[in-house]
Design a protein around this ligand. Structure first.
Ligand SMILES: [Zn+2]
Length: 272
C-alpha cells in the first residue's frame, strides 16, 4: 500500500508518497513552489511522482542531498522534462557513481537513481525570490538546506524531522549536526518545510529545541562515560533498550550510534 497525501500552504504544494505506511520516517513529501521542485522523492514511488511533475511546467529541480528518498527520481525527472537537477557539489559526485543502500532502506525507498546533476547557481532563485543554500552537513556529508529569507521559509532537508532524535545512522555525526543546526539558527526563518514531518510553524523554536535536546543528551552521555559505563549500558539508561529497527538494521540505524556520536561533541562549543 502506498501513502498518498496532498499539502497546500499558500502557494506551496506537496505530495506525500511512500511504499510503507509507518509514519513520517517511511514516507516523503515532494514539494513544489511555482515552477521549482525541491527534492525528487524515492524511486519506488515514481508512478505517483511522475503525474505530479507533469501536472505543470517545470523550470528547476533543487536537490538537498544524495539520500535515496530525496534524489531517487532526479534522473527520471531530468529524462521526462529535460530539466537538469541542481545539487550541492558533493551530491553531484555521489549521484554520478551511485551508492550502496542498506537492505532495510532499499525496501522502504527503492534503489538509488543515478543522475547527472549540475552545480548550484551563485544566485539561486525560486520564481523571482532569492534563495540561499545553507551547507548543513551532519545527517549527510553533502546536505544543504534552502532558505527563502523574505518569506521566512526553510526547506530543511533532514536537518529537523523532529525536535528530538532516538536513532542515528552509522554515517551521521552529531558534532557536525550541532554545528549545522547552530549555523541555521543564526538565520531568520519561521516556517520549516520538512520532507518528512511536513509544514512546521515556529520553526526557529522547534529547531532550537532539537539543539537543546542533543546538547543535553551529549552532556548526559559524557557524564556516564566518565563514570566508566559501556556503550550498551549508557544507551539503555539514556534512551531505553535498542528497538526492532536497531537490531534489524544490524545497528546501522540505532540508539547506540546516537550515544556514541554524542561522546564526540565538544561541549565547550555548545552551551548546555
Ligand atoms: Zn537524508
Amino acid at each position: 500500500m502506498s501513502v498518498m497525501q496532498r499539502y497546500q500552504h499558500r502557494d506551496l504544494v506537496g505530495l506525500r508518497v511512500g511504499r510503507v505506511n509507518l509514519g513520517i520516517n517511511t514516507s516523503f513529501i515532494v514539494y513544489r513552489l511555482g515552477d521549482t521542485i525541491i527534492d525528487s522523492g524515492p524511486s519506488n514511488q515514481w508512478k505517483y511522482v511522475k503525474p505530479f511533475i507533469e501536472s505543470r511546467p517545470l523550470e528547476q529541480l533543487l536537490l538537498t542531498h544524495h539520500h535515496e528518498d530525496h534524489s531517487g527520481n532526479a534522473g527520471a525527472i531530468h529524462q521526462l522534462t529535460g530539466i537538469q537537477p541542481n545539487a550541492p557539489a558533493l551530491t553531484i559526485d555521489i549521484l554520478k557513481r551511485g551508492f550502496k543502500i542498506p537492505p532495510m532502506q532499499r525496501f522502504i525507498w527503492g534503489r538509488c537513481g543515478l543522475a547527472d546533476a549540475q552545480p548550484l547557481s551563485d544566485d539561486i532563485r525560486i520564481g523571482t525570490e532569492k534563495t540561499k543554500a545553507l551547507f548543513t552537513p551532519g545527517h549527510a556529508k553533502d546536505m544543504t538546506c534552502y532558505l527563502m529569507e523574505d518569506r521566512g521559509w526553510l526547506f530543511s532537508a533532514d536537518l529537523y524531522i523532529a525536535n528530538y532524535l532516538k536513532l542515528l545512522r552509522s554515517d551521521e555525526s552529531i558534532p557536525l549536526l550541532l554545528d549545522s543546526i547552530r549555523f541555521t539558527l543564526s538565520h531568520d526563518f519561521d516556517t520549516i518545510l520538512c520532507p518528512h514531518r511536513g509544514i512546521v510553524e515556529n520553526g526557529q523554536q522547534k529547531l532550537g529545541e532539537k539543539y537543546d535536546y542533543l546538547t543535553n543528551l551529549a552532556e548526559q552521555a559524557q557524564t556516564l562515560n566518565a563514570q566508566g559505563l559501556g556503550l550498551k549500558e549508557m544507551t539503555t539508561r539514556l534512551l531505553g533498550k535498542e528497538g526492532a529497527m536497531g537490531v534489524l538494521s544490524r545497528y546501522n540505524f540505532s540508539k547506540r550510534n546516537l550515544v556514541a556520536s554524542c561522546l564526540d561533541v565538544d561541549l565547550k562549543q555548545h552551551q548546555v
